[in-house]
Design a binder for this molecule. Structure first.
Ligand SMILES: Nc1ncnc2c1ncn2[C@@H]1O[C@H](COP(=O)(O)OP(=O)(O)OP(=O)(O)O)[C@@H](O)[C@H]1O
Ligand SMILES: [Mg+2]
Length: 334
């Protein structure tokens, strides 16, 4: 696996929660491809080297979870299936683990937790049990999710932990580090040339498109990144938004949201969007915006450390693609 770059503070904080046996569900929330899964994998690796098997970690990634499957969580493996537990529900599996590990306090990681309502017939019961496990300090529970609905529904039980895209400075440092790691030249050749691994000129092209998204920046590690390809891949997504995806939302409402985002540099307060796009029809607006968010057409999140909810472009590349599409140009000029 690629080495985690940056995120030292986030890793330290998460490890701190685990070691202190935090009594709330930790809700790791961040936009698509911000690195939630990568961070949790690193946490697992760090814990394995620090504690070995004394603190077992059970990791369930709901991306590939099928309701018909019965799962076992096993230390170090995502979604390991166990034949013998065919008839167990997820809650029974948890209880079984807790019963067998009675001296230890296992860590339960549930990744892609925004899918819980879609997958589990009784989502509230599941969260209730997880919250109780945390509260009674029988185990540590970490949920990773794209959206914030869990935070809204479970305010007192949940400790929000935001993982946003990198700031501009951190993003450039991230790209430098990734390039340095790939640099096969000998130390003296590098010393001799001593050029900036990410020049100002190049950064002016890369940043408006990739922003601080580690995944998109990852495409720019090679010396001549294909930025047009990055934008091209999301232009199609914007068109899907304008078509209104199976009637889940109205295309012209998406266009209005996109216009607002473009005008405001990529993020607008939730209440302002409701007001300007849906004319105060809060329930209709909320449901259409949630549908857009569930398809990654937009991102909805709270500003870190605050109660302000904002609507954001799905990623920096999305914002760029929105601008192109609204201007009637699908071809990026890079
Ligand atoms: N700090 C980092 N250092 C190196 N690579 C990273 C880092 N963060 C993310 N990546 C890489 O970026 C990509 C996206 O990260 P990841 O899958 O962890 O994001 P995510 O937030 O879990 O996305 P999703 O919302 O789709 O679940 C991966 O290829 C990952 O390896
Ligand atoms: Mg993930």
């Amino acid at each position: 696996m690629k080495q985690l770059v940056g995120r030292e503070r986030e890793l330290r904080d998460l490890l701190g929660y685990v070691e202190r046996r935090i009594d709330k569900i930790v809700l790791l929330q961040g936009p698509e491809l911000s690195g939630k899964t990568a961070l949790l994998r690193e946490l697992r690796a760090v814990m394995a080297s620090k504690y070995g098997r004394t603190i077992p970690v059970y990791h369930l990634d709901l991306t590939c979870f099928r309701m018909t499957d019965v799962l076992e969580w096993i230390q170090g493996n995502d979604n390991f299936l166990m034949e013998e537990s065919k008839d167990l529900t997820i809650l029974e599996v948890i209880e079984e683990i807790l019963a067998s590990e009675h001296q230890l306090q296992p860590v339960f990681i549930i990744d892609q937790a925004e899918r819980i309502p879609e997958i589990f017939p009784q989502p509230r019961a599941l969260i209730e049990v997880l919250a109780k496990i945390a509260r009674e300090r029988r185990g540590v529970v970490i949920l990773a999710s794209l959206d914030d609905s869990l935070r809204e529904d479970w305010q007192d039980q949940v400790l929000p932990f935001h993982l946003g895209y990198f700031s501009e400075k951190a993003a450039r440092a991230f790209l430098r580090k990734r390039r340095a790691a790939e640099d096969r030249r000998s130390w003296w050749q590098r010393w001799w040339s001593r050029r900036d691994l990410v020049s100002d000129e190049e950064w002016r092209e890369i940043y408006p498109i990739c922003g601080g998204c580690p995944r998109l920046l990852g495409f720019c590690v090679s010396p001549y990144p294909n930025l047009s390809a990055i934008v091209g891949s999301v232009v199609g997504g914007v068109h899907t938004g304008l078509e209104g995806r199976d009637g889940e939302w109205e295309g012209d409402k998406y266009r209005r949201v996109a216009e607002l985002l473009v005008e405001n540099g990529g993020s607008v307060e939730w209440s302002v969007v409701l007001d300007k796009v849906f004319g105060k029809d809060v329930s209709e607006g909320s449901s259409q915006l949630r549908a857009m968010a569930s398809r990654n057409m937009i991102n909805v999140e709270y500003l870190p450390e605050s109660k302000t909810k904002v609507v954001m472009a799905g990623s920096p590349a999305y914002l760029y693609a929105m601008r192109l599409v609204l201007e009637g140009r699908d071809e990026p000029d890079v």
